[in-house]
Design a protein around this ligand. Structure first.
Ligand code: GLU
Length: 469
């Protein structure tokens, strides 16, 4: 039997990090089993679907390493609508489903409780199809439904506690629960690996598989992803869109490594490991069923490690979108013609050890590409104290006299200027840094001045001096 798994997102919003995690787990499982990964876009909720969300899913998958053309699909649920209706009709004809025209109020009036499920009123009343008649599945009166779940063992559900649930609405359209089963069936899915949120649907869906006479798949419900307060990640409260992480400058390698650690770990106390190791060592059966904490701080630290591990040339390339504002990434504060690739390449190794997400490259190097630095006024006020004007005067004079404009000479020269006033280098360089870069923190100062060049450095120092008059 060839293993066939599917990832079945609904195109109703930004692509969720939890979705990316499930997609990766499906992807690896298929690969390990010599199976097939199918992408199915569940687009039957016409009111909430938008074509751009589908495009967002494809490009997010691509970014995370599940590239277009390397899987089966995308298939679209809407294309299978005929099969969904045919399955509903089969269930009705075989007596496994029946029509019902009760409103919620009718049921409440009979059961006396708004919390009680449907009471089976129409089970044996022989109502036929018609406008407003919903089709309900006749659940077994007794026995249990045992779900075989690779992560959770064998969750067992009492059939008598499962109400006769709706499988097609009053307008004849099949509901998600049925469409999802029929699609899995027609696509020959053998393993359904999906988020824990769907577990309550699973006994109902398995009953549908049985009623339609097809052997149900093996299930694996992967743990819910939660924030630091143990709340399920929500798009209204938490940063959940993969796109947001991408725009902030997370590397796809770091992201997918981190996502795979939600509920699982590679051997030997390691966390940061090559993707090939994860593909080899990951075991779906070993995934911890408890909620998995999505720790953004940890992810960020991971990303810093991944950035530092890049060959410099790759780091330079990876920064390009933030330096030139391509795609969905916001343009930098300088004009395109002000960007100087050589100057950037010269400071890139210094920046690479300091940033944790690629977007941080911009405030670190903006001083190189702007006609005049963006002055952080709070930093200015904190740094430019009594004596700063004179210190800048002396530093300008000393720098003007330099024969060689290199980091070494700049450092020893400024050190000497400070020493005359009994100042340590740190104190001496602070006003120079603010004058030249506009900030109190940044790349090593003297290397920065070397790359910025004599003329621009001196112009900025003189301009700062004038502001201090
Ligand atoms: N379309 C469903 C979702 O996005 C997936 C259901 C499933 O994986 O079975 O939650």
């Amino acid at each position: 039997m060839t293993v066939r798994v599917r990832f079945a997102p609904s195109p109703t919003g930004m692509f969720h990090v939890g979705g990316a995690r499930s997609a990766l787990q499906n992807w690896i499982y298929a690969k390990q089993q010599g199976g097939v990964f199918v992408l199915r876009i569940e687009d039957t909720d016409a009111a909430r679907n938008k074509p751009e969300w589908t495009e967002g899913i494809l490009s997010a998958l691509d970014w995370i390493g599940i590239s277009r053309g390397s899987y089966e699909g995308p298939h679209f649920q809407s294309e299978n609508a005929g099969e969904h209706r045919a399955a509903a009709a089969r269930l009705y004809e075989s007596g496994r489903a029946y029509y019902c025209d009760c409103t919620r109020e009718d049921v409440q009036a009979r059961t006396g409780s708004q919390y009680q499920g449907y009471d089976g009123y129409h089970r044996d009343r022989g109502l036929g199809p018609g406008p407003g008649h919903a089709l309900r599945f006749r659940t077994p009166d007794d026995g249990t439904t045992v779900v075989v779940d690779l992560i959770r063992g064998e969750p067992t559900f009492e059939n008598k506690l499962i109400e006769d649930f709706v499988i097609a609405r009053g307008d004849g359209s099949p509901v998600f629960l049925l469409a999802n089963v029929v699609d899995d069936m027609t696509m020959g899915i053998t393993h359904v690996i999906r988020a824990e949120e769907h577990l309550p649907n699973t006994p109902k869906q398995q009953l549908l598989w049985d009623a339609l006479g097809v052997k149900p798949p093996i299930w694996a419900h992967v743990p819910v992803v939660v924030n630091e307060k143990r709340q399920k990640l929500s798009k209204r409260r938490d940063k959940v869109a993969l796109e947001a992480y991408r725009e902030e400058g997370y590397l796809p390698g770091a992201m997918r490594n981190y996502l795979m650690l939600l509920g699982w770990a590679p051997s030997g106390d390691r966390e940061i490991v090559p993707w090939s190791v994860i593909e080899e060592e990951f075991r779906l059966e070993e995934v911890n069923p408890s909620p998995a904490f999505f720790d953004e701080k940890k992810l960020r630290a991971f990303n810093g490690d991944y950035i530092r591990a890049l060959p410099v040339a790759e780091f330079v390339d990876a920064c390009q979108p933030w330096l030139t504002g391509t795609g969905t990434i916001a343009p930098p504060p300088w004009q395109p013609e002000e960007f100087d690739a050589d100057a950037f390449a010269a400071v890139a190794p210094l920046a690479q050890t300091r940033i944790t997400v690629l977007s941080e490259i911009v405030p670190n190097v903006d001083f190189l590409f702007l006609a005049s630095p963006l002055i952080d006024e709070a930093a200015w006020a904190k740094t430019m104290k009594d004596g700063s004007a004179e210190l800048l005067d002396d530093a300008v004079a000393a720098f003007e006299a330099l024969e060689s404009w290199d980091a070494e000479s700049l450092k020893s020269t400024l050190e000497a200027v400070g020493a005359e006033r009994g100042l340590k280098l740190g104190k001496t360089q602070a006003p120079v840094r603010v004058a030249v870069t506009g900030r109190t923190v940044g790349l090593p100062l003297f290397e920065s001045l070397e790359v910025l060049g004599r003329e621009r450095t001196l112009t900025r120092m003189r301009a700062a001096r004038l502001r201090l008059v």
